[in-house]
Design a protein around this ligand. Structure first.
Ligand SMILES: *Cc1c(COP(=O)(O)O)cnc(C)c1O
Length: 448
């Protein structure tokens, strides 16, 4: 099978995600044969550095042996069993370990199968818990400008990226869309004031606010401060509204801590003695959000899995002899043992001190990309996400950049005029230098 054949067959038979299929002749999909560490290798043997971790999921590169071993062992024991009426060790262990990482503040884990399903679950749980507590009128949702929470109808209702949303707008629930913080504009205080105004007026009707902590990913890696989130937590407590932290993209160590929220919840401890992980985890329950959503990196790019972590308070609202007050939601693959085994193997890496290493990796990226700063706008980074904006980007910049990068052994997909790296946690000095050179060379080609 030669490369063009596979791309050709794909064009005919596979409807590609997030793709205008009419463009596929000009932008043929790369026919990937296998993956090795950060590299993807195509059917002609050419290699590409997976700079966006295959849509932000692939934490340890491709074909990671420890993850594969964990999945293989589980495959030979119990590949699947339903999680209603049955339970199994990998799910229980995973739920316990994630709860422990919040100091028990979010001690109840509900399983879904991808990010969007976790968003649906959290929105339903928030609404239903208020209803069970005698406040059925709390049924409105709040999200931030430019937010992205997935593309099923409920998740799209709290998403504010026009290109994904506009076609379906007539079908969507009417969420409140509030000004978002953006460090490039330094508008965090203003954004909080707008949130305060909305909550003051509508809190009796509002169930929850959903945010992407620290970084709005799909908006183009928009970064903002933990202070905004601290203010948002205080506001949502003041007005009796749930707060959902969508860590589908930013969780699992991406921002330098396992949960991005640790940089919010643990701030006091960090300021006093640059807290160890344990100190951050012991942040008061009051500081945590009511929900944390995980997916993407939680299985290290091997299996589809998502989780909704929530508090005793939300959980207890469903506790009843009455079946209909329960959370009667399920997906066929809920809590799939193979996926849970993969997630447990991912957590093993964090237990073994991975975060110290990713901090060193992030510093290598900082150093390697510093020379690019004068040529681009808003070079920014938080942990293992680095981004910059390209001033006066030509039309179809993202597509052109993506195509030209292939010649430099780089698989990368800018968002609009924002180029970003969200690489696997495999950055040594040589790969950091390679990435900076490949990105710079591509930029030269595109702007030439
Ligand atoms: C990717 C993403 C989702 C949706 O996850 P899927 O697995 O693609 O459904 C939701 N929220 C955020 C912040 C994401 O980045």
């Amino acid at each position: 099978m030669t490369a063009p054949d596979l791309a050709q067959r794909s064009r005919a038979a596979v409807w590609h995600p997030c793709t205008q299929m009419a463009r596929l002749a000009q932008v043929p999909p790369l026919p990937i044969a296998r993956g090795e560490g950060p590299w993807l290798i195509d059917t002609d043997g050419r290699r590409y550095f997976d700079a966006n971790s295959s849509w932000w999921v692939n934490l340890f590169g491709h074909s990671d042996k420890a993850l594969h071993d964990a999945i293989k062992a589980q495959l030979d024991t119990l590949p699947h069993v339903m999680l209603a009426g049955c339970t199994h060790e990998p799910a229980v262990r995973l739920a316990e370990r994630l709860s422990a990482r919040t100091g028990g503040a979010l001690g109840h884990a509900f399983f879904g199968s991808d990010g969007a399903s976790a968003v649906e679950i959290a929105l339903k749980q928030s609404f239903h818990s208020w209803k069970n507590r005698g406040q059925p009128e709390k049924r409105e949702f709040v999200c931030l400008q430019n937010s992205y929470h997935g593309e099923t109808l409920g998740a799209l209702s709290v998403t504010d990226v026009q290109v994904f949303r506009d076609a379906y707008d007539p079908l969507l629930m009417r969420a409140h869309i509030v000004a978002s913080p953006d460090a490039r504009r330094g508008n965090e205080a203003e954004a909080l004031a707008a949130m305060r105004a909305l909550l003051a007026e509508r809190h009796a009707q509002i169930a929850c606010v959903i945010v992407e902590p620290l970084i709005q990913g799909a908006a183009g890696m928009v970064m903002y401060s933990p202070e905004y989130l601290r203010g948002l937590r205080a506001l949502t407590r003041e007005f009796g509204v749930h707060l959902i932290a969508d860590e589908i993209a930013v969780g699992c160590g991406r921002t330098g801590t396992f949960f991005a929220w640790e940089q919010v919840a643990g701030a006091a401890q960090q300021h006093s003695h640059r807290g160890t992980e344990t100190q951050r985890r012991s942040a008061p329950a009051q500081d945590w959000p009511d929900f944390i959503l995980l997916s993407k990196g939680i299985t290290g790019g091997t299996m589809a899995l998502s989780l909704v972590l929530t508090t005793d308070e939300v959980f207890d609202a469903f506790w009843s002899e009455d079946v209909t007050r329960g959370f009667l939601h399920s997906h066929s693959y809920t809590g799939n043992p193979l996926a849970c085994a993969a997630a447990n193997a991912v957590l093993d890496r964090f237990d073994a001190g991975l975060l110290d290493d990713t901090r060193a990796q992030a510093a290598r990226l900082t150093r390697a990309f510093a020379p690019l700063a004068p040529r681009v706008a808003h070079l920014r980074q938080r942990g293992m996400i680095l981004a910059f904006d390209v001033p006066n980007a030509p039309p179809r910049f993202a597509e052109t950049f993506h195509l030209k990068a292939r010649a430099h052994e780089l698989l990368i997909r800018p968002i609009g005029s924002t180029v970003y790296l969200m690489p696997p946690y495999l950055i040594d000095d040589a790969t950091a230098a390679f990435l900076a050179e490949a990105v710079t060379a591509t930029l030269n080609d595109v702007l030439a």
